[in-house]
Write a protein that binds this ligand. Structure first.
Ligand code: AMP
Length: 309
């Protein structure tokens, strides 16, 4: 059961807003609205007030920003710059288990310097979505003592901007990353050893997303595992990782604490919300999602892992 709001601590999400071109097993889709900030904001807004800082070009549709507004997301930190919006193109394997980046065009991101509106600087929860690690660092210099700083990243930055990424890792407490990227970052195949290596780089808490194999939390309490909800129909996994991170932050903000039990529950809630993301192309399923649907699926997930004492 997801209880009524207990805390209204806002979450600041900084990340990409994008046009995605997706080659999926069942369909191809062009100019799909995506980006790490878009998915994370839609997801986190199910649980807590959200503020977004990002950049879009003059080709970005107003209605995509209005869709965030309509969910209570504060979009006043979304800058509209002259030029084209960030664009990413990817192709998924037939079983959706892997994907290849076909193209990344930074466009307006190339000159983006995030400037947090004064009212955003004291946000207690900060989610540094997947963007250039130097931009993630710039955001960190502008916030005042958040309770939780989480970041995501991806292979593009791990291989291309490693020194800056390592600097960023020293300044965050939680890294949310997928298993392949964890292995790449740690230069170690074994998940447990890779997790220990990455925790030694800075983040005391590590959340490893493993797609259909669930997610794992590594922290001072040990390891926790949250399964993925078994879906009957998987359409498009794009953004599931960002959706996971957004829900994690949203749920933690609402719980108002970061103890062991809150973190474990947050992983289960995040796995639940991320499963919905996969059921539609782009943000389609997330935009139609409400808390009751999340609550029902969370109960199914609870039953799935219950095996008595
Ligand atoms: P996920 O499937 O959770 O890894 O997120 C996919 C989203 O990340 C897509 O909507 C892309 O627009 C966005 N994305 C892909 N590559 C990058 C990048 N290099 N920097 C920022 N965002 C990206």
């Amino acid at each position: 059961m997801i209880h009524a709001t207990r805390s209204t601590d806002p979450i600041l999400i900084v990340g990409s807003m994008a046009f995605d071109d997706l080659e999926l097993p069942t369909t191809n889709a062009k100019d799909v609205i995506g980006g790490s900030a878009t998915y994370a904001a839609l997801s986190a807004a199910l649980f807590a007030p959200v503020r977004v800082v990002a950049v879009v070009g003059d080709d970005f549709p107003d209605k995509a920003v209005e869709s965030l507004d309509s969910r209570g997301v504060d979009t006043s930190g979304i800058e509209r710059a002259a030029g084209k919006t960030f664009r990413w193109a990817g192709r998924y394997s037939a079983n959706l288990a892997s994907r290849t980046t076909l193209d990344t065009q930074l466009n307006v991101f190339a000159d983006f310097r995030p400037k947090l509106p004064a009212a955003f600087r004291a946000s207690p929860y900060l989610m540094l979505g997947n963007i250039h690690p130097s931009l993630q660092l710039e955001v960190l210099t502008q916030v005042s003592s958040p309770k939780l700083v989480a970041a995501d990243t991806m292979n593009f930055w791990i291989s291309g901007e490693r020194p800056t990424l390592l600097e960023m890792l020293k300044k965050i407490d939680t890294l949310v990353i997928n298993d392949e990227e964890l292995r790449q970052l740690a230069e170690e195949h074994n998940i447990k050893r890779a997790a220990a290596r990455v925790r030694a780089m800075g983040p005391k808490r590590l959340v490893v997303k493993r797609g259909e194999y669930g997610a794992m939390l590594f922290d001072d309490h040990g390891i926790f595992f949250a399964p993925a909800y078994p879906l009957e129909e998987e359409i498009d996994p794009t953004g599931a990782g960002d959706t996971f991170a957004g829900a994690l932050m949203g749920y933690l903000s609402r719980e108002g604490n970061l103890d062991r039990s809150a973190l474990r529950k947050a992983l289960m809630v995040a796995a639940t919300v991320a499963s919905f993301c996969v059921e539609g192309v782009g943000t389609a399923r997330l935009e139609a999602l409400d808390k009751d649907q999340v609550g029902r699926r969370l109960e199914e997930l609870r039953t799935l892992v219950h095996f008595g004492h």
